[in-house]
Design a protein around this ligand. Structure first.
Ligand code: MTE
Length: 319
C-alpha cells in the first residue's frame, strides 16, 4: 500500500498511464474548444447561457429528515472542486470550462423495460415531484469528501411514475454526448458518453435522488445541470451528471469507469474502507477544508440504511 504525503490522489494515478500521457493532446483540444464554443454561440444562446448561469433560487424546497447535521462545505468547494471529465480533468476545469454549457431546453429519453417510454421535457419530468433539500456526504474514490446541500427528487418516486416492467432489474443512466459543447469528449479519456447504473433495489432506496439544485439554487453546470444522480453511500463516480437517457434493463449495465479499468473500478462502488483501491488505501479521506484526515465509514456512514441491500454479497468481490 502506498504511504501518501500529498493530500489527494492525483489524476495521473486514477487514470491509466496511456490516457494520462494524452493529456497534452487534451489540453490542446480544450483550448480549441473554448474558442470554437465562443464562435458558435448565437446571441440567444449566450443570453440563455447567462440566464441559467445566474444563481436562480428554487421555489418550494422542503427540508428532508434524511439530511446529515454535519458542517456543510462552502459553495466554492462544492462548485469549484469537481470531476466532470467532459469539461476537463483538473478539479477546477468543470467550473471554468462549463460556464457556457446550454442545459435548456433539455429532453430525457426513457427507454427499455418500462410502461411509459418516450421523450420528456426536463420541466415536465421534474414537476410532479416535490423538491427536497438533502444534505449528504459525498466521498470520491480519490479519497476526498465534502458535505453538500443538494436539492432533488427521490429517484424511487420518479421510477414508480415511469412504471418499469417486471423484468427490469437495473436502471442505466447516460450523460449527454455533445463534443461541440463538451470538448472533453473529443479525447478518449473515457468511452463516451458517460454511463452509470444501479440495481433496481438500489435505485428504489429512499436515499437515492435525482438532483436539480444545490444550496437552494438551480444546479450549476459543473455539478451536472440540469439533472444528475446522487447516491450517497457510493463513491462519487456513481453520481452521473447531465442525464439525457434512463433505460430499464434486465442486464447489469457496464458503467464507464468499469469499462475504462475493470481491475480498479466495479459496478457497485460502495464506499468501503476495508477494500483498498489497487493503488491506494480507502481507509481514510480528506474532507475539503480540514487538515487532518478522517476515517472513511462503511457505506459512507449510511450503513444502517443500506447494508441490507448487500447482506447476501461478498463485497470484496463485488466492489
Ligand atoms: N458524471 C459525468 N458525466 N462525468 C464525470 O466525469 N465524474 C464523477 C461524477 N459524475 C463524472 C460524473 C465523479 S468521479 C465524481 S467524484 C462526481 O461526479 C463529482 O462531482 P460533484 O462534486 O459535482 O458530485
Amino acid at each position: 500500500m502506498l504511504i501518501r504525503k500529498t493530500p489527494d490522489i492525483r489524476y495521473s494515478e486514477v487514470t491509466p498511464k496511456g490516457l494520462y500521457l494524452r493529456r497534452r493532446e487534451f489540453i490542446h483540444a480544450a483550448a480549441a474548444g473554448a474558442i470554437g464554443a465562443a464562435a458558435t454561440l448565437s446571441p440567444v444562446g449566450t443570453a440563455r447561457a447567462q440566464a441559467q448561469g445566474g444563481r436562480a433560487k428554487l421555489p418550494n424546497v422542503r427540508k428532508s429528515a434524511f439530511s446529515t447535521t454535519e458542517k456543510i462545505n462552502p459553495y466554492e468547494d462544492v462548485t469549484g472542486y469537481n470531476n466532470f471529465y467532459e469539461f476537463g480533468t483538473d478539479k477546477d476545469d468543470p467550473m471554468r470550462n462549463g460556464q457556457k454549457f446550454i442545459s435548456r431546453p433539455w429532453t430525457i429519453r426513457v427507454e427499455g423495460l418500462v410502461k411509459t417510454p418516450g421523450s420528456y421535457d426536463i420541466d415536465t419530468f421534474v414537476k410532479p415531484h416535490a423538491l427536497e433539500e438533502r444534505i449528504y456526504r459525498l466521498r470520491c474514490v480519490e479519497a476526498w469528501s465534502m458535505v453538500i446541500p443538494w436539492v432533488g427528487i427521490p429517484l424511487a418516486d420518479v421510477i414508480k411514475r415511469l412504471e418499469p416492467l417486471p423484468g427490469a432489474q437495473f436502471v442505466e443512466f447516460t450523460t449527454l454526448l455533445d463534443p461541440k459543447q463538451m470538448f472533453g469528449q473529443r479525447i478518449p479519456v473515457l468511452d463516451w458518453p458517460y454511463i452509470e447504473g444501479l440495481r433496481m433495489d438500489e435505485a428504489m432506496h429512499p436515499l437515492a435522488i435525482l438532483a436539480v439544485g444545490l444550496y437552494g439554487e438551480v444546479l450549476p453546470n459543473q455539478n451536472g445541470a440540469p439533472i444528475r444522480l446522487v447516491v450517497p453511500w457510493k463513491y462519487g463516480f456513481k453520481g452521473i451528471k447531465s442525464i439525457v437517457r434512463i433505460r430499464f434493463t434486465d442486464k447489469q449495465p457496464r458503467n464507464s469507469w468499469e469499462v475504462a479499468n475493470p481491475r480498479e473500478y466495479g459496478f457497485y462502488a460502495n464506499v468501503n474502507p476495508t477494500v483498498d483501491h489497487p493503488r491506494w488505501s480507502q481507509a481514510s479521506e480528506r474532507r475539503l477544508g480540514e487538515f487532518l484526515r478522517r476515517k472513511t465509514l462503511m457505506f459512507n456512514g449510511y450503513g444502517d440504511q443500506v447494508a441490507g441491500l448487500y447482506s447476501a454479497m461478498d463485497l470484496r468481490r463485488a466492489f
